[in-house]
Design a protein around this ligand. Structure first.
Ligand code: ADP
Ligand code: MG
Length: 476
């Protein structure tokens, strides 16, 4: 039985370093036959399994064994264990069952993370758990990844604060959440909180309204690791910035870890208070760049594996060669392929995907993003105007009635114009229909508002980012 526990620990190390699909396919069932001073003999189900393990995972298994037992082990051997399926063989481990067990445990850890101060954000439609393990490392994100890894080993001490920046869809949120998850896994008693600048603003504004800012501060004071995503959205919110500045100092002075992301380097966040910006630079600042071909290919393969979808190598290469701008787009194409497969049962072929990408012809629209008409068509069928208004209302932290009404103050006008603009450009609503939603306005007034916003976002980059964030949030 002792061998059984040791084997489980060895398998845990292995799971950390091989892909899930490989683990489930190649390990199946395994046992430890014998542990000697410098050698361990493992039992496998068949000679086919034995050959595969030897050829593909010798080093991984050896390293995991050394980690779990002792360094002196320099040899491992696989043999066919004819008793492996006997119920009396209590040393064997069924890897499928074991994997499920591990997953259940890490889901519990996730839940704990979500239940801390601010709930962890779950992007609509995303089922993948963000871990450092399923983050593909390439030349352009290596530094950011390493910094995150260092922080998980020594939160509050290694790099504080850690500031990660880069364009949209390049993995900032993934890295931030993965780092939070990992710290929580390693240090069970640490309080980790993940929030976005948007949520922080809402939380602060609500606290001010309810006159319990002090209570909010108390809450943040308790945190060991504060993760705050997309700080560029704090622009123009002076009071909230001031509050964050105070919380930052409080946490920093007590050696609590702070992890931040933004779409630009702190220096370039010119609309943020200089003193807050300079705090962001106190620790380490690293950027994430666009992944190169190799990394894009590895990411597609990783995502396909996570979704348990077999993607032919030439197809994966073709997508990686053609979808180059951001990882979210890359995932989008893969998801469409999976959806098509589920609907029609056709495995993706190179010709099919080439046609598809050509049809997708990643064109640049007003908001400077690659979008596709087909994608838009899909979204009109699944989103209603209420989803848009809801999202805008949440984003700007104002009531829906304010957006739909007639108040001409700027704080209402902009969200109203943004809503109309999105309904027009992303949902293809007519001006009349939009007018009906907004208190029966006439065609000309809606047209004017849409044009006006279009003009504003051409100049005001921050508002453009906000509009993009709303769109990203609801997937239109
Ligand atoms: P950002 O926050 O920078 O806009 P996200 O973290 O939301 O980007 O990334 C968008 C999607 O791309 C996510 O699903 C994420 O898992 C995926 N992604 C980005 N970079 C990588 C990577 N290097 N490895 C695996 N997945 C990645
Ligand atoms: Mg993000």
């Amino acid at each position: 039985m002792e061998k059984h526990y040791k084997l489980k620990n060895i398998l845990t190390h292995i799971i950390e370093s091989v892909k899930k699909q490989d683990f489930l396919v190649y390990f199946r069932k395994i046992s430890i036959i014998e542990i000697q001073d410098t050698k361990v003999i493992f039992g496998t189900v068949s000679s086919f399994m034995k050959d595969n393990l030897e050829a593909k995972f010798y080093k991984t298994v050896l390293e995991a064994t050394q980690k779990e037992l002792w360094e002196d082990i320099n040899l491992i051997e696989f043999i066919v264990d004819s008793t492996i399926d006997n119920p009396s063989n209590t040393d064997a481990v069924d890897c499928q069952e074991f994997y499920k067990e591990i997953q259940k445990n890490s889901k519990l850890a996730d839940k704990k993370l979500r239940n801390t101060v601010s709930p962890i954000e779950q992007r609509a439609g995303a089922h993948i758990r963000y871990t450092l393990w399923n983050f593909v490392v390439g030349a352009d994100n290596q530094l950011a990844y390493s910094a995150c890894e260092a922080v998980t080993k020594n939160p509050g001490k290694a790099y504080n604060p850690l500031y990660i920046y880069g364009d949209v869809g390049l993995g900032k949120t993934h890295l931030l959440q993965a780092t939070g998850n990992e710290i929580l896994k390693k240090f069970k008693d640490k309080k980790v909180a993940y929030t976005t600048a948007d949520k922080f603003i809402t939380e602060y504004v609500t606290a001010v309204k309810k006159r319990n800012v002090e209570k909010m501060r108390e809450k943040f004071r308790e945190i060991d690791v504060l993760v705050i995503d997309d700080v560029q959205f704090l622009s123009k919110k002076e009071q909230t910035q001031n509050e964050l500045y105070n919380i930052f100092n409080l946490l920093y002075d007590t050696n609590k870890q702070i992890i931040i992301s933004g779409d630009r380097a702190p220096k370039e966040l010119t609309e943020l208070e200089p003193r807050l910006r300079s705090r962001f630079e106190w620790g380490i600042t690293v950027d994430i760049g666009k992944p190169d071909f190799e990394t894009r290919l590895a990411i597609i393969q990783e995502k396909a594996r996570e979704k348990e979808f077999m993607i032919p190598h030439d197809v994966a290469e073709f997508i990686a060669a053609n979808v180059t701008e951001n990882v979210r787009e890359l995932e989008g194409v893969l998801n469409q392929m999976i959806a098509e497969y589920e609907l029609t049962g056709n495995t993706p072929s190179l010709t099919r995907i080439a046609q598809k990408l050509q049809k997708l012809s990643f064109t640049t629209d007003l908001l400077g993003e690659s979008r596709h008409a087909e994608k838009r068509k899909i979204s009109t069928t699944i989103k209603s105007y209420e989803d848009i208004i809801d999202a805008v209302s949440k984003h700007f932290g104002i009531e829906k009635e304010g957006i739909l009404g007639d108040n001409r103050k700027k704080e209402f006008m902009i969200p109203r114009q943004v809503s109309m603009y999105l309904l027009k450009t992303k949902m293809n609503y007519t001006y009349e229909r939009i007018g009906n939603i907004f208190n029966g306005r006439n065609h000309a007034s809606v047209l004017y508002s849409c044009n006006k916003l279009e003009k504003i976002i051409k100049k005001d980059k921050n508002l453009l980012y906000e509009v993009n964030a709303i769109k990203d949030g609801i997937g239109i």
